[in-house]
Design a protein around this ligand. Structure first.
Ligand code: KMH
Ligand code: ZN
Length: 280
């Protein structure tokens, strides 16, 4: 509960790009500063309050180059009021040191995955010492982490982290259940209920995202459990079988509509800053 933000509010986070899809396979994926700025503005208008960013280079490849990270953060801040969350997950190929340096780009928020996960045929590596170092760095830099939970073991790891190092900067504990990754928890209502049941008592809010075809069922399960939502082309590239997403704002609009049906009003970016404890 956060007394400053009405209880009916729905936090919608858009994850527009990711690190896995190639521009040549999906030309509508935003991969330049101009495209991310336009995407941010359109998604804010459609109901998003936060953006989860993976940066691409001049050849549209995933990068953690600090200059480009800063350029993308500035482009989004110029075009929108969205809370800016940088991915510290990067791609499965990024070294841990480069992922720690993401915080040098001074985002409002950063993703922080709570453990190593098989990720399709790859491994998304998050050894415990790295998780602890990144968490302490986020506290020092006053960046609000969003804890990414890919399986139930990571829910338990979050309890362990909070017990050892205390609350995040801002005093709020916001998690995102990432469901349906091949190697992580399934994108089902049963898995969502199990994960939510086990969340540590310190958690103040949580969202969920379903990868691929689980996107809608996870969104509906999250709404019916009182959770928040993440959507975007990082997680799903079709609106229905054979119907490609043409713009990230379509995914945001769709869940904003679902939220309104469930009597949840999309949170504004200003409300999200209070809700998440973002530095003022
Ligand atoms: N691209 C995945 C390997 C995050 O952004 O923090 C990791 C990921 C999680 O997307
Ligand atoms: Zn991501």
């Amino acid at each position: 509960m956060n007394v400053d933000v009405p209880a009916d509010r729905l936090l919608i986070t858009v994850a527009p790009t990711g690190a896995e899809t190639a521009k040549e396979d999906c030309p509508q994926l935003p991969t330049t500063p101009e495209e991310i700025a336009e995407t941010a503005a359109a998604c804010e208008a459609a109901g998003a309050a936060m953006i989860h960013i993976h940066v691409r280079d001049g050849e549209h490849k995933p990068t953690l180059d600090l200059g480009l990270l800063r350029e993308w953060v500035a482009a989004v801040r110029d075009a929108s009021s969205l809370v800016v969350q940088l991915s510290t997950g990067g791609s499965v190929h990024d070294p841990l040191d480069n992922r720690l340096r993401v915080l040098d780009a001074e985002p409002d928020s950063c993703s922080l995955t709570m453990g190593t996960t098989n990720f399709g045929d790859d491994v998304f590596s998050n050894p415990w010492p790295f998780v602890c170092e990144l968490y302490q760095l986020s506290q020092e830099r006053e960046v609000v982490p969003e804890f990414e939970l890919f399986d139930l073991g990571q829910v338990h790891a979050l309890s362990r982290l909070l017990t050892k190092y205390g609350l995040p900067y801002g005093g709020r504990v916001h998690c995102d259940l990432v469901m349906g990754v091949p190697g992580g928890m399934n994108g089902t209502t049963d898995a969502l209920v199990a994960a939510v049941r086990d969340l540590p008592a310190d958690v103040t809010s949580w969202s969920a995202t379903g990868i691929g075809r689980s996107t809608l069922s996870v969104a509906l399960a999250s709404l019916s459990k009182g959770g928040h939502l993440r959507v975007g082309m990082e997680d799903v590239l079709t609106l229905a079988r054979g119907v490609p997403v043409e713009h990230n704002s379509q995914l945001v609009s769709r869940v904003a509509d679902l939220g309104r049906i469930a009597q949840r009003t999309p949170m504004t970016p200003a409300e999200a800053r209070v809700f998440l404890g973002i530095k003022g």
